[in-house]
Design a protein around this ligand. Structure first.
Ligand code: C5P
Length: 236
């Protein structure tokens, strides 16, 4: 099995983020560069991680008009990222433009197209949060609606809560990739995540990748934390 752990490098200091990446590299399968790190370190951080042979997940959650998103995706492909995110709530045309741009740009530069992942409902949102933004539906209902739209747009993967994986698998094409944040090895330490599972539970539910941030980077010993998470999913 490929190592399914994506460590979220949610640190504002590029030097510390790269040091963390190098430390935990033997125990993780990919590195997530989100908006906090990218606005501090820029594309150079992607180059550095690629330089140590790391798989890069660029999590900038694009949400804009189709033309702008397509161009941002093209730049991400030229930067050589392997996964990236767009908000499914950006709509069908925006998602289709993102996927088309990923495939076309990859063909142009002679690389494999990155996995364009649709973000459904953030794992920090619950029913009240959805209602506040004028979306008075249950979280599962909204997730299903956005997931179906992502499939229609031609996306090949989604970011979702681990608690949604089993239901989503029923409506998704067989090889669809599911990436799940909201992972907590210890249920007493949830931070702002509201819908969580442990690493092993998430994999057993059908996640292809698990995103782990604070349980690794904020741990007293990040290497040990990453090692333990890996052991927890590889031990039967
Ligand atoms: O620290 P923690 O493990 O909660 O980090 C989760 C990571 O996954 C963060 O980088 C967050 O931005 C990201 N994420 C999320 N929920 C989503 C999509 C991405 O928590 N739906």
């Amino acid at each position: 099995m490929n190592n399914p752990i994506i460590v979220a490098l949610d640190l504002p200091d590029p030097g510390k983020a790269f040091a963390l990446a190098k430390m935990v590299a033997p125990f993780v399968g990919a590195f997530k560069i989100g908006s906090e790190l990218f606005t501090a370190a820029g594309p150079e951080m992607v180059r550095q991680i690629r330089g140590i042979g790391g798989t890069v997940f660029l999590d900038l959650k694009f949400h804009d008009i189709p033309n702008t998103v397509a161009k941002a995706v093209a730049n991400a492909v030229r930067l050589d990222v392997q996964m990236l995110t767009v908000h499914t709530s950006g709509g069908l045309d925006m998602m289709a433009a993102a996927e088309k741009s990923a495939v076309a740009t990859a063909a142009l530069v002679g690389t494999t197209p990155p996995l364009v992942l649709g973000v459904t409902v953030l794992t920090s949102m619950d029913r009240d949060g959805l209602s506040e933004i004028g979306c008075p539906t249950d979280v599962p209902e909204q997730v299903t609606r956005l997931a179906s739209l992502a499939v229609k747009a031609g996306l090949r993967g989604l970011v979702c809560s681990p608690l949604e994986v089993r239901d989503l698998r029923k409506i998704l094409p067989p090889k669809f990739q599911l990436v799940t944040p909201g992972i907590r090895p210890n249920s007493e330490n949830l931070n702002d995540q509201k819908r969580t599972l442990s690493p092993k539970e998430a994999i057993q539910a059908g996640s292809n990748w698990i995103v782990v941030g604070r349980p690794i980077y904020a741990a007293e010993d990040p290497i040990r934390a990453a090692e333990q998470i890996l052991a927890s999913i590889t031990t039967p």
